[in-house]
Design a protein around this ligand. Structure first.
Ligand code: MN
Length: 234
């Protein structure tokens, strides 16, 4: 009877990963960064100032991603909201601060995702000036499409981002309307965090956020890039 000398006390959780379009390998998720208030029309609808200076960041856990088509309705909310967003997937580590003009070299590819939000809990947190973790970083709060490799898609942001719920258009905007561009955001994040291959960045949502109910069907996409669909569990 010897003492154990190595190994985990119990089996670690499995590595969250996202399918990559056209490849058999998947994208292993390290962290999920999210940008707040990156479209001025959405900032206004949330009663916020159009941001100047630094972007707003928050995070979700890596295992918040949903790659299947059924999204569970979360506990502890009566006001689940959709926020459709471009997602940037990083395929290289940053070594210190990344200049905006070098930032796209870190990009592995692009996807579209939903930054699901417990809007009632977020409103309470804002009122009390408390953190957003319970309103943003909950389980299954990040449904995401397959990732399109940048070597296939290029870095073209003159594309329309959209979301339909039960076949009605809810949100749409050109990606050129983002306040902070993808290179800007990668630069700003690299000042604050050690960016790694496997990081995802949800780039913020345009106007039109609204409730998702049990049984709702959604489809989301970026024209000419990728789309995905699913439903909220009944
Ligand atoms: Mn968002």
């Amino acid at each position: 009877m010897g003492l154990p000398v190595s190994g985990y006390a119990f089996a670690p959780c499995s590595q969250p990963s996202v399918p990559v379009l056209g490849r058999s390998s998947t994208f292993p998720v390290h962290r999920i960064y999210c940008v707040g208030r990156n479209f001025s029309e959405h900032a206004r609808e949330m009663g916020a100032e159009v941001p100047r200076g630094s972007p707003v960041f928050f995070m979700k856990p890596a295992d918040a991603i949903v790659t299947g088509s059924v999204v569970p309705y979360p506990s502890a909310t009566d006001d689940l909201h959709h926020e459709v967003e471009l997602v940037v997937a990083l395929g290289r580590d940053a070594h210190g601060i990344v200049a905006a003009q070098d930032a796209l070299s870190l990009v592995f590819g692009y996807a579209v995702g939903l930054d699901l939000t417990r809007r009632d809990l977020q409103a309470q947190a804002k009122e009390k000036r408390l953190p957003w973790d319970t309103s943003k970083g909950f389980d299954a709060s990040a449904p995401i499409s397959a990732i399109v490799p940048a070597e296939v898609s290029g870095h073209d942001f003159d594309r329309r981002l959209w979301l339909r719920v039960n076949d009605k258009l809810r949100q749409q905007s050109s990606l050129t309307d983002m306040v902070f561009s993808v290179p800007d955001i990668i630069h700003e994040l690299s000042r604050l965090f050690a960016l790694r291959a496997g990081d995802l960045v949800f780039m913020g949502t345009p106007a039109g956020v609204a409730a998702l109910h049990r049984g709702d069907r959604f489809s989301a996409g970026v024209d000419g890039l990728v789309e995905f669909s699913g439903e909220v569990a009944a």
